[in-house]
Design a protein around this ligand. Structure first.
Ligand code: CO
Length: 150
């Protein structure tokens, strides 16, 4: 277990498309443990693997509903809309207003490769959308209608 350095905007690694996870092995579990330590220490709502320099489709989300690990996640359904503030551990000192779906359905694998489905709404849905964007090299600042110094 270890805190990993969070890559900052401007680094090309944040703009890459991540590869699917194929091996659900100890290397993945170490990455997940480190991402958990890092997101808790930084008090983020989530963290995606490229933010710690790993180009794999892995995110963690830490919200009121609980702490989640999503491997190879895909949004299968979305509905409604919401506007709200977002920040990002890779864009320090700023926050912005972003439009996101109000509800999403997510299909994903857990750390053992088992498949699951999950429904999320409100801020939980927002956090999922934000983290999944990271896996395709998209940052919230690309989508924000308004950005301020936090
Ligand atoms: Co982010």
């Amino acid at each position: 277990m270890a805190i990993r350095n969070v890559v900052q905007v401007g680094d090309d690694v944040l703009r890459q498309k991540c590869f699917p996870v194929e091996n659900f092995d100890e290397k993945l579990w170490t990455l997940l443990e480190d991402m958990k330590d890092t997101v808790k220490k930084e008090q983020g709502a989530g963290l995606a693997a490229p933010q710690v320099g790993v180009l794999r489709r892995v995110v963690v989300v830490d919200v009121d509903e609980g702490y989640f690990e999503f491997i190879n996640p895909v949004i299968t359904k979305q509905s409604g809309g919401q506007n709200g503030w977002e920040g990002c551990l890779s864009v320090r000192g700023k926050s912005g207003i972003v439009e996101r779906p109000m509800r999403v359905s997510l299909s994903y694998q857990d750390r053992n490769g088992e498949k699951h489905e999950l429904n999320a709404k409100g801020f939980f849905a927002r956090a999922i959308c934000h983290e999944l964007d990271h896996l395709d090299g998209v940052l919230y600042i690309d989508r924000a209608s308004h950005i301020e110094k936090a």
